[in-house]
Design a protein around this ligand. Sequence first.
Ligand code: NCD
Ligand code: ZN
Ligand code: ZN
Length: 359
Amino acid sequence: MIQLPGLIDPHVHMREPGGEHKEDWDSGTAAALAGGFTLVLAMPNTRPPVTDAASLEGALAAARAKARCDYGQYLGAGPDNAAAAAALAGRSAGLKMYLDQTYGPLRLDDMTLWMQHFERWPADLPIVAHAESRSMAAVLLMAQLFDRPVHIAHVSLREEILLIRKARERGLKVTCEVAPHHLMPPPNPPPNSQNLGEGQGGGRLEVRPRLNTPEDRQALWDNLDAIDCFATDHAPHTLAEKDGPNPPPGFPGLETALPLLLTAVHAGRLTLDDIVLRCHTNPRRIFHLPQQPDTWIEIDPDAEWSLRATEMHTRCGWTPYEGMPVRGRVQRVVLRGAEVFKDGRVLAEPGIGRNVRDC
Ligand code: NCD
Ligand code: ZN
Ligand code: ZN
């Protein structure tokens, strides 16, 4: 048995309100604990999105009642909420800006709208950007012009990680995260999708940013030292949605991330210290998160098992890694002194989770 600090995931989609058939604060935080995460930061692309005082309070009320691990809730940058969002900044995990096409209604194309948010959002609170390729270059410039830090979500491309490395060498305040599926992609075609019609099955592999090429992946591995965080981008959608017309992008990730990362440790591609740095130490610093006292996870680093959706807690009911053999498993999770997960069972009651911004 090896003890690690409780993992922190700065990028999850809890789907509440408006998408509770995919996930809610109860099922999503159960999945977090089962995956070794004791603190998650939830994205604002819900229905309605979290963009003002009423929607933030609604999301936080659901979390307060149901969350089984600690949490924060992002505000979304919209076309006309820069002042309102800034006034709520201290209650939120940070500001999320969607600058490229993805799931949900929050997308800002006009760079003058980006500027409004960069002008008003407090300089010491996080801004996270979904910004791919050249949009990422543009948001790095914007952060430089406003002399403030920016965190780039789910970096997937060689050009992105190389630009981030260069920007950091020149003193820009940029941090970034990479999702496990952009380092260790799911099998293609996905398992159990053979009996679907022509052109289907592809919906299961839809994700934004898209699955990257082997060259992009290699560049991420080669530039591991430029990756601050591993973030799951846990983005649950049901199989009916993934296999239907217009499949929404996204994979569930909370219950597969640590086994995939521990498997990479076995393969000699990562160390346990690499994981702790990127799943605990760095996210805590970047997002100004409090210590969780008496909180840790216990893993069996040698356990050999296979990923199975039937054993998972996410409501969406599937994983793109179905059947994948992995090494390393979460055995036990302790949150603020209480045993909250043991041997496959979530023991935490809904509502024991705390808002990290209430501290
Ligand atoms: C996310 C979702 O479903 O909310 N989808 C995804 O493919 N990553 C949105 C996002 O993170 O861009
Ligand atoms: Zn995104
Ligand atoms: Zn996301």
